[in-house]
Design a protein around this ligand. Structure first.
Ligand SMILES: [Zn+2]
Ligand SMILES: [Zn+2]
Length: 266
């Protein structure tokens, strides 16, 4: 079985990943991948917004690093992409980012449920104690739904990120998934199966099976990503992610080139 494309990987420009894109590409070839995509954390309108992304002036350097990997490994399909934070009101900024380079796809991710709280940031774990888990999940899925509706992204990233630290609401979250996935289906974007969750406290792929089952029912396309922040994480646990996708009924995955989708057998 050949592995699907790994569409989610980072570079040291985001200040919390290691290894140059050429090293990620080399590892991808070693484990038999045919296609990968770099999707590093995009700049924000203000460089001092936080400290875990590239600076605006580094965007060209990022593209050059990916181009270098493409040149060095022509036998590997290497896509140029970004993981872009969705915050309400940032739509014009995201459109301007899109115009700056010939991107293959944008992953739209929600990390911030407010302008100051990135829910997956271990340094802000204490914030979780101040809030009701279901309120956080609701706020997160409200934003994720807006991200889908914006039609600014080909792929919505790690769709149930709030479970990262293993803090889960008592309530049934399926109505939140349903509402979000209806927006995804209407917008025609894909969601990713992101294996980084297996390396976190939640010990589970993003998204959970319940969410993926609803996605399949609504014909929402899928992509795969390791969310590698180091070369040896490339392709990690993609086999498990494929098994999960197949077990809910998926037989196809999406690929993107210059923001145009194409489907491939899984
Ligand atoms: Zn990261
Ligand atoms: Zn992310």
């Amino acid at each position: 079985m050949s592995l699907p494309a790994d569409y989610h990987m980072h570079t040291p420009l985001c200040r919390h990943a290691v290894g140059e894109p050429v090293a990620y590409a080399r590892h991808a070839l070693e484990i038999g991948l045919m296609e990968i995509g770099f999707s590093d954390h995009s700049p924000m309108p203000r460089d001092d917004f936080d400290n875990w992304r590239m600076l605006d002036r580094q965007l060209d350097e990022y593209v050059a690093k990916v181009r270098l990997a493409q040149k060095e490994f022509p036998q590997l399909q290497i896509r140029l992409a970004l993981e872009v934070d969705y915050l309400p009101g940032h739509e014009d900024w995201i459109r301007r980012l899109a115009a700056r380079h010939p991107w293959d796809y944008f992953i739209g991710s929600v990390h911030y449920v407010s302008d100051s709280w990135d829910i997956d940031n271990p340094a802000k774990l204490s914030e979780w104690k101040k809030r009701d888990a279901f309120e956080v999940w609701s706020a997160y899925f409200d934003r994720l739904t807006l991200a889908a509706e914006s039609k600014l992204f080909e792929i919505i990233g790690h769709c149930d990120l709030p479970k990262k630290f293993g803090i889960r609401p008592m309530q049934d979250c399926r109505p939140l998934y349903e509402n979000f996935l209806e927006a995804v289906a209407q917008a025609g974007c894909a969601i990713e199966l992101n294996t980084a969750g297996l390396r976190k406290d939640c010990k589970e792929i993003y998204p959970c099976r319940d969410l993926l089952e609803i996605a399949f029912r609504k014909n929402v396309p899928i992509t795969f990503g390791s969310d590698a922040h180091a070369p040896e994480e490339v392709g990690l646990n993609l086999t498990e992610a494929v098994a999960l996708a197949r077990s809910v009924g998926y037989t196809e995955t999406s690929r993107f080139k210059l923001r145009q989708p194409e489907s491939a057998w899984l």
